[in-house]
Design a protein around this ligand. Structure first.
Ligand code: ASP
Length: 340
């Protein structure tokens, strides 16, 4: 397992020049350029190093006085908490709208809720919503940056950036790797954002799952889709297992947990088909012994907790890119991104 990176870690300080096009919102990986994605990943690595070394870049509290509001219409552990931790690390204030105790329960419309939050002084909104396209809708109604924290079966861009950072750290590169994403692909916003991002960064992406969980052709970029799980696993450098999205599908579309496990659950024997230094990912929450054999979660090839830790650095990069250094202007210390 290689921990060395093929590009030098960028400096912590923002540097002008070679900046990719400015980002105003982060609504999805679709629409992001490769240079924007690489800049976010480079910045995430900088913030991770800064946090580890308690460097000055953080003691200056670059987002002091800014207020981020999380608005989650669906449950979350990792995404919401990591946005709050990231905001605090940058000196910003993070406030959560408790949707189940808000005027949403009195029938308030999404645009009215969001416009209220903007009027209350929010500088950015992180939105999770069961409806696909909700973040795009929010961006049309707000003049502050909107970050998609997961919209229905649409996208989950910060999860994909987190996963790409984890692959970079474990394998030193993304380009040229074979990545197998397994399980309930069709209903997974994580799968879509990952397929799009990893392809953008030069990986070969394979998608495999039960027939009812496979996406229509082309819905996930140029990823290869197969019913043959072994074909997807063969020689894979990265394997990502997904949670079955039972909340997004008709009852009985996919097998119940026991049957799913015996046909689609991943175990140590499956990893033998993969590259010897395969990296096992899962976006969480993991249903132990359903998508993944619980013992694999303790295996050194499993990077699930590294993904979680990287989620903070990625969300710092996203918040700082959208809100730091003159608002919507993005900066890059990663002009030499060759090798990704
Ligand atoms: N936490 C991820 C999401 O919200 C994955 C999942 O829930 O299965 O999309």
């Amino acid at each position: 397992m290689s921990l060395s990176l093929s590009m030098p870690a960028p400096a912590v300080m923002p540097a002008p020049g070679d900046a990719p096009p400015a980002l105003r919102h982060l609504l999805g990986i679709r629409g992001l350029t490769r240079s924007q994605a690489e800049a976010l990943l480079a910045e995430a690595r900088s913030w991770k190093a800064a946090r580890a070394g308690r460097l000055q870049a953080l003691s200056r509290r670059p987002l002091a006085g800014r207020r981020i509001v999380t608005v989650f219409y669906e449950p979350s552990t990792r995404t919401m908490t990591s946005f709050h931790v990231a905001a605090a690390a940058l000196g910003a204030e993070a406030v959560d709208l408790p949707v189940s105790r808000s005027s949403v329960q009195k029938g308030e419309r999404l645009d009215d809720t969001l416009e209220t939050l903007e009027s209350l002084g929010a500088d950015a909104v992180v939105l999770r919503h069961p409806q696909t396209g909700a973040a795009h809708y929010a961006a049309r109604h707000l003049s502050i940056p909107v970050i998609n924290g997961g919209d229905g079966t649409g996208e989950h861009p910060t999860q994909a950036l987190t996963d790409a950072l984890t692959i970079l750290e474990r394998r030193g590169r993304v380009a040229g790797l074979k990545v197998a994403i397994l399980g309930d692909i069709r209903h997974s916003r994580v799968a879509r954002s990952n397929a799009l991002l990893l392809e953008l960064l030069g990986a070969e992406v394979w998608l495999s799952g039960p027939a009812a969980a496979l996406p229509p052709a082309g819905a996930f970029g140029g990823a290869r889709v197969t019913l043959n799980r072994d074909e997807a696993l063969e020689g894979a450098d990265v394997v990502m297992a997904l949670r079955v999205q039972r909340e997004r599908q008709a009852r009985g579309l996919l097998p119940p947990p026991g049957a799913y496990r015996s046909r689609w659950g991943l175990d140590a024997r499956d990893l033998e088909r993969c590259s010897p230094d395969v990296v096992l990912l899962h976006p969480g929450p993991v249903n132990r012994d359903v998508e993944v054999d619980g013992r694999l979660l303790e295996d050194p090839r499993c990077a699930v907790l590294q993904q979680v830790a990287n989620g903070v650095a990625v969300r710092m990069a996203v918040l700082h890119t959208l809100l730091g250094q003159g608002g919507g202007r993005s900066w890059s210390t990663c002009s030499s991104a060759a090798g990704w």
